[in-house]
Design a binder for this molecule. Structure first.
Ligand SMILES: Nc1ncnc2c1ncn2[C@@H]1O[C@H](COP(=O)(O)OP(=O)(O)O)[C@@H](O)[C@H]1O
Ligand SMILES: [Mg+2]
Length: 842
């Protein structure tokens, strides 16, 4: 039968019903098939894991080669099929394989990614080996009821990408943007905020090679105080600003002590130099360039398509890996706390080899955020899945919160005992299966076979993982990752707007050695560069600060935004043009009033030396704000909700996706409930019909037996009669009569037998008919469920609502000359050392 999951969350299917992709179900992850515990053979019962169960997290434990990564890849593929976004941390490089998906399944598709060593070892030339791999995959998929068409769907459902922190081979990610101030809600949450500060500092000091104690080390206390202070004021700190703040902290006491006595200026200078050396080190630039570690953006594209984001960190050293994982987990925590609660699965965070990040007996920086995630992520629908070779790699405090266990082949008897103990502990006596039985089940597991225990369901199940759609080529090299992501980077570069407001690079003619002398009526600021460079030059720009009030009673908007447009001043006849305007986020009290030493200056255009120009430019910028900086609200006709003013399209679409998932789960439940009574009635009817078949069969057997007996009796009677015939005269009649009676009896019995046989056939027909009804009903249910799927997944067109500030609702608080810092790249082209504000956030 189909459609009804049994209590282990396993859906039973029979061979014939397998067609039509039974496993493509709402919120169900097709992970593999059940294994018969007696014979060890794979059965046809599909393991369809309910995605909601993953909100209580999962662990995958098994020795190298047991198939953990294969299982993880299958799980993440299912998530993508189901439009659940994924962040996957890849310490060994295997998860990059999730991008090796080829709907055509041709040898040529596989060729660039094969392991050439493996080919050589087999004595095959690479082309032949690739052909073999393609065939292996075609057959493997077919054996598990999948094909290229499913791969095509997989690729369409989500956006797949590889990020390589600390390297520009894959997509670059700028981790140090994580020193951006967290959202106000998080700052209000005292524990969460303290944790976030601690984590950032521990991570950063770890990167410097300082293994510090958060409570006692003065480096730790100083940096935490600086971050705490800046973030409470809503200020972002990049490394440059942090280095400055170390030398001149915005406070004079550290705790109860005088700063200068605990941490004198010359020691602080040493720490600042250490950070600066890190900043100036050749590879470091790659930690600062690229997309910010913005979790919302890593989970959904701006258009609202879910993403499967792989963070490949195999190329990094231990300290750098630790730093990245810590920053990532802490960013996930920060993001999560800004979300509303949900009972549906909203996102998955997967980590392939947890070794070293979450040990029971030590406290690396990654451990605190990981523990907190395991404790709190459930309420936010974030499922953590951790894979490891050895149960001792995992802290038991975290394991206690784990709802799903996949136990594969283990290396030693001792590992087995540890897993069993941990499971006992986690199930706290509620273990439905005696330990010896579990022991027996996990002994001698083959590769790709796992004991799946899901605390939301009944007893554990043995399963073997399905063939994965992704080509498991093994760890990819940075060069391969570069190739894989090259088309993607090209399109990013094409789509990224040129640094707004940046005039044509004109080389460096006529740079001034000192700042021009200007009337005092013109206020001047120097923007601190975010990285220290040789040959710093400043270019002049207009900086304005404008308060704009946005109000619309109809759309519930009532807020004031503090906007800071900046316009670089050109050299041509038109020094100023709002075409070059861009927004920046520069806290005015962090701007320098003196230039850095040894910098040079681009000459000022004539107009910029006249104070009156500034007032005019301010007015032009007010018009520019009105025209180009509306608060954009998005309205979803399907869900009948409108975005909040501070919500980007992506965030709003994420909310819609959550609403969609929730609605879908709810509707699926309702649908199932609606069908339940009909199923029950039919099942009852089926049971009765089957019973009838049984009783009729028994009756028919009895009737046949009777008929046989009667007929035999008649023959015997006839024989006996003839014997008796001689003994008494006139007995022929009696004999005939008697025999006739018996014969009639025999005929009647035979008739009854035929009748009951007919009865059996009839009852069987009823059984068939009821079965067909059940199947039809299941078909209906499935169809309705599929329709739900489609409505939930469709990329809805959103309506935009623009709220603009009225002209008289804007105030110009400041117009000033701002000097923007630039460096030069190897070719002498100017490189901006300041950042326009990311306006994607609305
Ligand atoms: N689901 C799967 N589909 C196809 N091949 C698999 C699957 N799982 C494992 N394999 C094969 O088995 C090998 C070892 O499995 P893997 O998942 O890498 O083990 P582990 O991560 O436990 O070391 C893989 O390289 C792959 O060739
Ligand atoms: Mg692995």
């Amino acid at each position: 039968m189909t459609g009804q999951a049994n209590d282990r969350g396993v859906l039973n299917t029979t061979q014939e019903e397998k067609v039509g992709h039974e496993y493509e179900k709402l919120g169900a992850f097709y992970l593999g098939k059940e294994v018969d515990t007696q014979t060890g053979e794979r059965t046809e019962d599909q393991v369809l894991y309910d995605s909601r169960d993953l909100t209580t997290h999962g662990v995958i434990i098994g020795m190298t080669g047991s198939g953990k990564t294969g299982l993880g890849v299958a799980l993440l593929e299912e998530a993508a099929m189901d439009r659940i976004p994924v962040l996957a941390v890849d310490p060994k490089g295997d998860l990059t394989n999730l991008l090796l998906t080829f709907p055509g399944l041709e040898a040529a598709d596989f060729r660039p990614w094969i392991n050439e060593d493996a080919a050589r070892q087999r004595g095959q030339d690479p082309d032949a080996y690739a052909a073999g791999q393609a065939e292996l995959w075609r057959n493997g998929l077919k054996d598990w009821d999948q094909d290229g068409e499913r791969i095509r769907r997989l690729r369409n459902q989500a956006d797949f990408a590889i990020y390589t922190p600390g390297s520009e081979a894959g997509l670059p990610v700028s981790v140090l943007r994580s020193f951006d101030a967290p959202a106000p809600e998080l700052i209000a949450d005292a524990d969460g905020f303290r944790e976030r500060v601690q984590t950032a500092v521990t991570g950063l000091l770890g990167l410097l090679g300082l293994d510090t104690d958060p409570v006692r080390s003065r480096e730790h206390i100083l940096l935490s105080s600086i971050l705490d202070d800046a973030w409470r004021k809503g200020r972002n700190l990049d490394l440059g600003a942090l280095i400055q703040a170390i030398q001149q902290p915005p406070f004079t006491r550290l705790g109860v002590m005088e700063l200068e006595s605990v941490y004198p200026a010359k020691d602080r200078f040493a720490l600042a130099m250490q950070l600066n050396a890190l900043l100036a080190s050749p590879g470091f630039q790659s930690w600062m360039t690229g997309e910010p570690l913005d979790i919302g953006a890593m989970l959904y594209t701006p258009e609202g398509k879910p993403r499967l984001t792989v963070f490949s960190i195999a190329h990094l050293g231990d300290a750098e890996r630790m730093f990245f994982v810590t920053m990532l987990l802490s960013a996930v925590l920060g993001w999560m706390r800004g979300q509303s609660g949900t009972t549906s699965l909203r996102a998955i965070v997967y980590m392939d080899e947890i070794f070293g990040f979450f040990p029971p007996n030590a406290n690396p920086p990654s451990k605190t955020p990981m523990l907190t995630l395991l404790k709190q992520a459930r309420a936010f629908g974030v499922g953590m899945v951790l894979a490891t070779q050895n149960p001792v790699d995992l802290d038991y405090k975290g394991l206690g919160n784990t709802g799903t266990w996949f136990i594969g082949r283990l290396q030693t008897e001792r590992d087995k005992m540890r897993v069993l103990e941990a499971m006992d502990g986690a199930m706290a006596g509620s273990n439905p299966i005696p330990r010896q039985q579990l022991d027996r089940m996990i002994s001698g597991l083959g590769s790709r076979v796992f004991l799946m225990h899901n605390v939301h369901r009944g007893a554990p199940t043995l399963m073997t993982t399905r063939w994965v759609m992704s080509y498991l080529a093994g760890p990819l090299t940075l060069t391969q990752i570069r190739t894989l992501m090259a088309p993607r980077k090209a399109s990013v570069a094409a789509a990224a707007p040129a640094l707004a407001g940046q005039p044509e690079a004109t080389g460096t003619p006529g740079l001034l050695e000192s700042r021009p002398i200007l009337p005092t009526a013109i206020r001047q600021f120097f923007v601190p560069p975010f990285a220290a460079v040789e040959g710093l030059q400043y270019r002049p720009a207009l900086l304005a600060a404008i308060d704009a009030r946005y109000s619309s009673a109809r759309h519930g908007v009532e807020e004031t935004r503090h906007l800071q447009p900046v316009v670089e001043l050109g050299e041509g006849p038109l020094a100023f043009s709002t075409d070059r305007a861009t927004l920046v986020e520069l806290p005015l009290d962090l701007l320098d009033v003196e230039p850095l030493a040894n910098a040079r200056f681009t000459p000022l255009p004539e107009e910029a030396t006249n104070p009156r120009s500034y007032a005019n430019w301010g007015r032009e910028l007010v018009r520019w704000v009105q025209g180009t900086q509306p608060v954009t609200l998005y309205s979803s006709p399907a869900h009948k909700v409108v975005s909040r003013p501070d919500e980007s399209e992506r965030d709003f679409r994420m909310r819609l996706a959550d609403l969609g998932h929730e609605a879908r789960d709810r509707q699926a439940d309702q649908l199932r409930k609606r069908y339940e009574s009909r199923f029950r009635t039919l099942q009852e009817r089926l049971r009765r019909a089957e019973q009838t078949v049984e009783t009729r069969t028994a009756q028919s057997r009895q009737a046949k037996l009777n008929a046989g007996l009667t007929a035999a009796g008649a023959v015997l009677g006839a024989l006996g009669g003839s014997q008796r015939g001689g003994a008494k005269g006139g007995l022929l009649g009696a004999l005939l009569g008697g025999s006739a009676t018996r014969a009639t009896g025999a005929a009647r019995s035979a008739g009854r037998a035929a009748q009951t046989r007919q009865g059996v056939a009839h009852a069987q027909e009823t059984v068939e008919a009821v079965r067909e009804q059940i199947e039809a009903l299941e078909g209906d249910l499935q169809e309705e469920l599929n329709r739900l799927h489609e409505t939930a997944d469709s990329q809805e067109a959103l309506e935009e609502i623009l709220v603009r500030p009225a002209m008289n609702a804007m105030t110009v608080r400041l117009t000033a000359l701002a000097w923007l810092p630039y460096g030069q790249d190897a070719t002498g082209a100017p490189v901006a050392l300041w950042r326009p504000h990311d306006t994607a956030a609305g």
